[in-house]
Design a protein around this ligand. Sequence first.
Ligand SMILES: [Zn+2]
Length: 319
Amino acid sequence: MSGSYNICLDVGGTKVLGAIFNEKKEIIHRLKKRSSEKGSSSESVEKVIIEVVDEMVKESGIQMSEVHAIASCAPGIIDQSSGVVIFTPNLPWRNYDIKSAMEDRFGVPFFIGNDVNLGVLGEYKYGAARGYRNIVGFFVGTGMGGGLILNGDLYTGHQFKGAEFGHMILDPEGPLCNCGQRGCLEAFSSKQGMSAYIRQQAARGRETRMAEAVSEGVFRSKKLKKALAAHDAVAMEAVDRACHYLAVATGNMINTFSPDLVLYGGGVIEAVGETFLKKILAEVDRYCLPQIRSTVDIKIASLGDDSILYGDLALIEGI
Ligand SMILES: [Zn+2]
């Protein structure tokens, strides 16, 4: 007999977030754990996932026999049909059959998909994108992810490699991106891109309350929110620049797909989404055809950090 609870996981480069959903699709229990240190093995990330599932089941007082299925996301290229993680930039998995490993361990069906694809899917099924049929999603976090719903279906491209909007090149002479290219959307508009800009300005001797937050990596979204509230000039420039390139990218996508919705989600949007939305809306009309723009809604995600967890649930339910 299949159980009535579903376990959904959000596996990132630094953390594993877990949630148990009941039959009414309500989250009844949550857990967060650090996922991995740099250089860790596939098995050690898997170990953290197993710990998160085991601990949640124990803490919530349900039995494993009451669990219907488990689903997870990961960043990178994931064969959603076979459950094989082909490549993840921030985790040690390469052509790794996580589905078989998890099904052997837990004895229930296991599903996995790309994190941002599932984030957009979650918003489509349960959040701000409900009722739309053609959705372009940008998720602004440490990197910049993309997700695409076409004619009501998640579009993952050939061999699940599609919708990498973060690597659309907006200036071939622009700043270096993690992918090795220059001037990708991610290099301007993600936390990494904004952090690089802030570091550059701090190195020039400019005052900014973000200096410490970016000294060794990317800032936390809450820090950016505080700096914007304090009218920190460098932080505001970083955001203006991020939103300018997001507006250009959005215009390109509007012309390409004529979606009925463009949706922004992810950690940065969760923290300062209203600011981003206002700035993008002020510019986007310049970068797309008015006839197409006139039939597009532009919104921010409504499920916040839970978008991906709800996307997992949609994956279990068969999309
Ligand atoms: Zn790139």
